[in-house]
Ligand binder design. Structure first.
Ligand SMILES: Cc1ncc(COP(=O)(O)O)c(C=O)c1O
Length: 469
């Protein structure tokens, strides 16, 4: 590995970054008492699966940034393509021009899109992708003469973004308490979380319950009022919730039978996290009407997202008698030429062995993490592909996180950072989704640090009288 340069280490040491950040930088997801006055771990640079903090300490990037640095940090190929594209054409307006990279990328994505998902609308990230899909669903029903068909089905544990409409769908605990949303548009369903299914209920019976709830909701609310179902194939920020087998195809069938659009939110699961470009069909056997994506499409090197849309939707629009109805929706940075050029190169890297690597190494990743279930505070380790979650519980009977210490994830992260691993803490959970190039040896390192971090957390909690094994 080439020596990692820290160009601004001296400057970092000279200046008090924390204080400067606290004075001027507003962090996302910040509490009222701290907003506008908070600083966080300063990341100086990265290479491969590692990042370095300002003090020069090397950490495994456990969450790959935010589920996004899929091909790893400091890929010269991506930096070069970004520079070359900026020198050739740094920007063009999508309102009345187009660029070659955006056309080439759309053509390639259409080849990977399941079924007839042959069209792409580009956005600036995941929230704007979900927002676009929802606004398109509304437009679609308006144009078809069904303006009352507007409700959106979403589930507990969901995370779909931070714009108004996408955030209205969120079902994560604590995600919405103090925020407004378009609640009148959303119908909420249960989270497909097998770990928290009722006692004594088999996974098959739980799956039947979820499908029954979906069918009953459609019947009760009326399919003529429901525009779309939005779901992540694996609920990511909700704690890597892998749904029961065959549940998603059953939901998709109900949607198709009831003229409800199935929007698969693959902002996390696409571009290799589960070993495929898109996971909906390849992993779950579902052909959605739209797929939203972002993050891994550029491995986080450039903000880009998008929506894959099915031919059928456009044919339906053309069949309507509203040919002049305008889809009045667009973003200045839709189809950004630099983003699309980076995405093309990123796709080449993924296809050049990384997708194969994920499929080969994922079982080892899951098996090794699963060994952490030996630790008494760990209730479950679950996951798929290269995404996993360690859920801590107060006790194995109640599976209750709240009588524990709700910040247990943060405690584990703090210990792991000391030991050389950055973790994504989520209340009582730790999410792991490293860069897809992680090797078996690096997985061993990651799991060893996690084990130690969790053991130290157990000792702290015991000492403070917050938990007993
Ligand atoms: C499934 C899913 N959808 C949408 C989003 C929102 O994406 P962004 O933060 O790029 O707007 C996220 C972000 O984590 C996500 O996990």
């Amino acid at each position: 590995m080439a020596a990692i340069k820290v160009p601004n280490l001296e400057a970092v040491l000279a200046e008090d970054m924390s204080q400067r950040a606290a004075r001027h930088l507003i962090q996302p997801w910040s509490a009222a008492g701290r907003i506008g006055a908070e600083s966080r771990t300063l990341v100086a640079d990265g290479e491969g699966i590692y990042i370095r903090d300002a003090a020069g300490k090397r950490l495994i990037d456990g969450p790959a940034g935010m589920w996004c640095v899929n091909v790893g940090h400091r890929r010269a190929e991506l930096a070069e393509v970004m520079r070359d594209q900026a020198m050739a054409l740094s920007y063009n307006t999508p309102w009345y021009t187009m660029s070659e990279p955006s056309i080439a990328l759309s053509e390639q994505l259409a080849q990977y899109g399941p079924g007839d998902l042959n069209h792409v609308f580009y956005t600036t990230g995941g929230s704007s992708a979900v927002e676009t899909a929802l606004r398109f669903a509304q437009f679609y029903n308006n144009v078809r003469g069904r303006p009352e068909k507007k409700l959106i089905l979403s589930r507990g544990g969901a995370y779909h973004g931070s714009t108004y409409l996408s955030a209205s769908l969120n079902g994560k605990p604590r995600g919405r308490g103090w925020m407004d949303g378009a609640d009148q548009l959303v119908v909420r369903l249960s989270s497909p979380n097998p770990f928290h299914r009722p006692d004594g209920v088999t996974i098959e019976a739980f799956s039947d319950f979820l499908v029954g709830e979906f069918r009953d909701t459609v019947a009760g609310v009326g399919a003529d009022k429901i525009a779309a179902f939005v779901g992540e194939p694996v609920q990511a920020s909700g704690g890597v919730i892998v749904p029961p087998e065959n549940y998603l195809p059953r939901i998709a069938r109900i949607c198709r039978d009831n003229d409800i659009l199935y929007i698969s939110d693959e902002v996390v699961t696409a571009f290799g996290r589960l070993g495929h470009v898109f996971a909906s069909a390849d992993v779950f056997g579902v052909e959605p009407d739209m797929i939203t994506f972002a993050k891994g499409v550029t491995s986080g090197y450039f903000p880009l997202g998008g929506v894959m849309m099915s031919d059928r939707l456009f044919e339906d629009l053309r069949k309507s008698n509203q040919p002049d109805a305008m889809f009045a929706h667009g973003l200045t940075y839709s189809s950004h030429p630099i983003g699309c050029a980076v995405a093309l190169k990123n796709l080449e890297l993924l296809n050049g062995g990384i997708l194969d690597h994920v499929r080969a190494v994922a079982p080892y990743f899951q098996e090794q993490l699963k060994t952490l279930e030996e630790l008494p505070i760990v209730g479950e380790v679950r996951g798929l592909g290269l995404m996993a979650c360690i859920e801590c519980v107060a006790d194995h009977e109640s599976k209750n996180p709240l009588t524990l210490d709700t910040e247990v994830g943060k405690r584990i992260d703090a210990h792991c950072q000391e030991l050389g691993l950055l973790v994504r803490p989520l209340i009582n959970m730790c999410v792991m989704s490293p860069p897809l190039i992680i090797t078996r040896d690096q997985i061993d390192d990651m799991v060893a640090i996690l084990r130690q971090g969790i053991e130290r957390t157990q000792e702290d909690l015991q000492r403070e009288g917050l938990w007993r094994s």
